[in-house]
Design a protein. Structure first.
Length: 431
């Protein structure tokens, strides 16, 4: 069935509801190249402002899912589990929890994404490891999951190809923070992995796409509903992103932080603790333990014993990477505290964009990424600071990025005279 794209754009612009056939036409014609990106961008903006009801969102998810191949891991006897984060600044938990869960004896077929908006992407972090390849056939992906229990792959032309085009458009048209677009994009790719269970990390706060806990809960419920109706076991974490996760932001810098944690460091406790909690729920949903508490203890043992590090090294080597050759930036600069007091607020979204200015992300879809670029955050919310003490260290291979970035970062934090209590990282868990 054929439709006039302009009429469908107008219908959504004016608050109408699409039929499944209309959604199928828009999405598949764009994927084929018959519907130009400027019309798809107009429709995405209409959806951003007008939204979609539950039926439309389910239809959009299914159309994206079946626009390509759905992977089949039924010949792997253990449960297939994965995790998805809605995006945060400094969020590197996938690189820790994946090896933990694989070392626990489950399969983690992780189709990961690149940076979106002000947030970093798992693929960009992994590609900062020299030689690491996320490009492979579905057959090779299956082989690596079967052999190692874990593989990180980018979205291919065969997996949710309709979403791949729309994902890139959303990044450059300010339509990222749309519930139905987020739901369909996340769940189409996750369902295409052929998983049995999924743990969601839905973030809210100044560095998240969802700014309030209430919005995050609504999004988590919508995502969970799609997963439940597809017959998957789904748990959803609601986590705070009023400050970056961990102390490093930027691709090679975040890999280095992951290695610190896997080697026993307790300096980055928020990253470590959240990774263990997410891994525990994945292990429990994979039926490896009888309780979440038992799964949490198993996760801790795998991390502390070094099994997680060995699994990570094994997977990196299998995908061609060399952890001994992580690149380092040529240039550094600092932003210092102008006064004594306590860190009481961050504009975490602006910190994320500061990383992009340094070269760690993309302003345009075709922009190259500097794997060494990024930031170190020396202090977390609630911690005391002295006048002249470092708040940020900037890293880049292009020192011309420092002046603009420093000016932005100086507006990204607040210091109070009285003590400040940092927010709880995990707000709630939906089971």
């Amino acid at each position: 069935m054929s439709f006039l794209p302009a009429e469908l754009i107008k219908k959504k612009r004016d608050g109408g509801h699409h039929t499944r056939e209309e959604i199928e036409f828009l999405i598949l014609e764009n994927a084929k190249g018959n519907l130009p990106d400027y019309q798809m961008a107009a429709w995405l903006m209409a959806v951003f402002f007008r939204g979609m009801n539950a039926d439309e969102t389910h239809a959009l998810t299914e159309v994206m899912l079946h626009s390509g191949q759905v992977l089949d891991f039924s010949n792997i006897s253990v449960a297939k589990v994965d995790k998805h984060s809605t995006g945060g600044v400094g969020d590197k938990t996938s690189l820790i929890l994946g090896p933990i869960v694989a070392a626990a004896g489950l399969a983690v077929p992780m189709i990961a994404g690149r940076g979106l908006g002000h947030t970093g992407g798992t693929l960009d972090k992994l590609e900062s490891i020299p030689g690491f390849s996320i490009r492979m056939s579905e057959t090779r992906f299956h082989e690596l999951v079967a052999k190692h229990g874990l593989c990180f792959m980018g979205q291919t032309d065969q997996i949710c190809p309709a979403d791949k085009k729309i994902y890139a458009l959303r990044d450059v048209t300010a339509t990222i923070e749309s519930f139905p677009l987020i739901c369909a994009s996340i769940m189409s790719k996750k369902l295409a992995e052929g998983i049995d269970a999924l743990v969601l990390d839905v973030k809210y706060g100044s560095g998240a796409f969802m700014k309030t806990a209430s919005m995050a809960c609504d999004l988590a419920a919508a995502l969970k509903d799609i997963g439940d109706k597809a017959g998957k076991r789904v748990h959803a974490f609601i986590t705070n992103m009023d400050q970056p996760t961990g102390h490093f932001m930027g691709n090679a810098l975040e890999v280095q932080e992951v290695l610190h944690i896997m080697n026993g460091s307790r300096e980055h406790e928020d990253t470590r603790s959240l990774s263990l909690d997410l891994a525990a729920h994945m292990i429990f949903l994979g039926n490896k333990t009888k309780s979440i508490e038992e799964a949490r203890a198993l996760s801790e043992e795998i991390l502390v014993s070094g099994r997680a590090l060995r699994k990570f090294e094994e997977v990196v080597a299998a995908q061609g990477g060399d952890l001994s050759q992580l690149p380092k930036a040529q240039f550094q600069s600092t932003v210092k505290s102008p006064q004594k007091g306590y860190l009481s607020a961050f504009n975490t979204e602006s910190i994320g964009y500061s990383c992009i200015l340094l070269g760690a992300g993309r302003l345009h879809t075709s922009d190259p990424v500097d794997p060494t670029a990024g930031l170190k955050l020396h202090k977390k919310l609630g911690e005391p600071v002295e006048s002249g003490e470092n708040i940020f260290t900037l890293y880049s291979n292009n020192k011309n990025t420092f002046a603009e970035t420093e000016a932005r970062l100086k507006t990204c934090f607040q210091i109070s005279e009285s003590p400040f209590v940092a927010p709880t990282l995990i707000d709630r868990i939906m089971i």
